[in-house]
Ligand binder design. Structure first.
Ligand SMILES: Nc1nc2c(c(=O)[nH]1)N=C([C@H](O)[C@@H](O)CO)CN2
Length: 118
């Protein structure tokens, strides 16, 4: 199995449990690792034969920008549900980093791995 990745995708959104967080946008950083088989694309050299990381990025950006979740857990789970259901991805790992949410930490967040239900 091969992996197509998107690293440090930065998106501004409303996220957080505190009142002040509901009134601002914060930048979250996403790393997506998506299982795929690149053999067909490597042989044909055609974009239609692979997972288009640009298309995945555009869809995730549109979703996250409009989202209004409180917890990073909920946002992470919804992003993964979206990718697994809308793209040909049987498994993925998502790292969601809420940047400067905790003073003194370089980042905080969640890492989840999910498979498509068969
Ligand atoms: N496990 C979690 N802990 C915390 C979260 C969260 O989403 N998941 N969120 C916060 C606050 O919103 C924080 O990011 C503000 O600095 C605290 N803990």
């Amino acid at each position: 199995m091969d992996i197509i990745f998107i690293r440090d995708l930065r998106i501004d959104t409303v996220i957080g449990i505190y009142d002040w967080e509901r009134a601002i946008k914060q930048t979250i950083h996403l790393d997506l690792e998506m299982a795929t088989d690149i053999a067909r694309a490597a042989a044909s050299d055609h974009i239609n034969d692979t997972l288009n990381y640009k298309a995945v990025s555009k869809r995730v950006i549109a979703f996250v920008r409009e989202s209004r979740f409180q917890l990073v857990e909920t946002l992470a789970e919804r992003i993964v549900e979206l990718v697994l259901s809308e793209f040909d991805v049987p498994w993925m790992r998502l790292t969601l980093n809420k940047g400067g949410a905790v003073r003194g930490a370089q980042g905080v967040g969640v890492i989840i791995e999910r498979s498509k239900e068969s």
